[in-house]
Design a protein around this ligand. Sequence first.
Ligand SMILES: Nc1ncnc2c1ncn2[C@@H]1O[C@H](COP(=O)(O)OP(=O)(O)O)[C@@H](O)[C@H]1O
Ligand SMILES: [Mg+2]
Length: 405
Amino acid sequence: MNVVFLSPNYPPEMHEYVRGLAEVGARVYGVGDSPRNGLASKVKAALTDYLQVPGIMAEDDLIGRVVPWLRGTHIDRLETLWEPLVLVGARLRDRLGIPGMSFQTALGFRDKQLMKERVAAAGLRVPHSARVRTVAEALAAQQRIGFPLIIKPITGAGSADTYRCDDMSDFKAALVRMQHVREASCEEFVDGEEFTYDTICVDGKPVYENVAQYLPRPLIARTHEWISPVICTVRDLKQARLRAGLKLGRGVLQALGMTSGFTHMEWYLKSDGEVVFGEIGCRPGGAHLADQMNYTSDIDVFRGWASAVCHGRIGEQKPRKYNAAIVFKRALGRGRITRIEGLRAWKARCGDAVCVEQLLRPGQRRRNWLQTLVSDGHVIVRHPHWGTALKMAYDAAENIKMYAE
Ligand SMILES: Nc1ncnc2c1ncn2[C@@H]1O[C@H](COP(=O)(O)OP(=O)(O)O)[C@@H](O)[C@H]1O
Ligand SMILES: [Mg+2]
């Protein structure tokens, strides 16, 4: 089994996926723009060969280098788990005749308007929306959709350039701030709770499923710096509250022609019980969601994914034992971390429910919380009881305090 993997060294969680591929017996051909001698040791150990390219985002140049490099080697799969490379990966598959997701299918996982059209065509509920490229188009879309509405980039990420508008003055202000965005989606604002639906699929069928809840909703978490965002996987996927969301998720995979690999979908649960599609990517969720899945069931999803794409099965299925909550912390003040308060006491209160503590340390420079959800570090706690897991997560959110100067 020969597998080409785009960008094995960056972002850092890719190290685990290539490790997984090697562990399930694949020969891994890495392509990336990290220098060969800068590859993490785990990546070096997993790779059979590596092609260093000047820029992984320069699509035509990348294709022009990868195609001759692979000449004479039979390739079974071409994988990338990083959102910006999903389309070029699919173009390469099409070009080289490698099985897996085609460019046309991949577009449905990348273009937020097209994905909604394909999902709606299958009779599933999506927000009323329109693709807009000019102020005039945006104003016309607003007339049809009404207020409140959301305006966001067609290929956005991390809630960047995403605005909720409650009236015309909000909307006009958002349009001014979005001038650099080439294409946007205007959407009906869907009020409700927000969840993920994550899968590993084999030929479009989910062989692993996960649901997590965002607390609060990502757009709110990205609007107020004082919030410590929490994301908690849900142990019990059989509960009635999730039934419609899981059904929606499975329908979406079918509507979009999912093949094999990871998916990460977001959906909304309204107070009247209606579920609405949010968005989907054909890659895992970021910000340590894969680690949370592992802590939920004591599994190795990195290796499970590798086995699914190489061998068509993920191996042993393990029960979901915990709700695993991640809490992202943001320090008060600018510059470098000066002190952390409340961490030891929180750890003592939670005991072995604490799985991970990776907060920045005094002396380290703060990260840009608008650019990375991970912010100034995170903790993960888990508990079989939903309410207890959340209580411990909110305890960390409120009582661990980081300061910077
Ligand atoms: N139609 C909508 N109704 C309500 N909230 C929305 C809507 N679209 C986006 N949002 C909010 O904005 C966030 C980011 O939008 P999303 O489409 O998930 O893009 P991305 O995560 O790629 O930036 C969502 O998680 C949600 O909180
Ligand atoms: Mg999103």
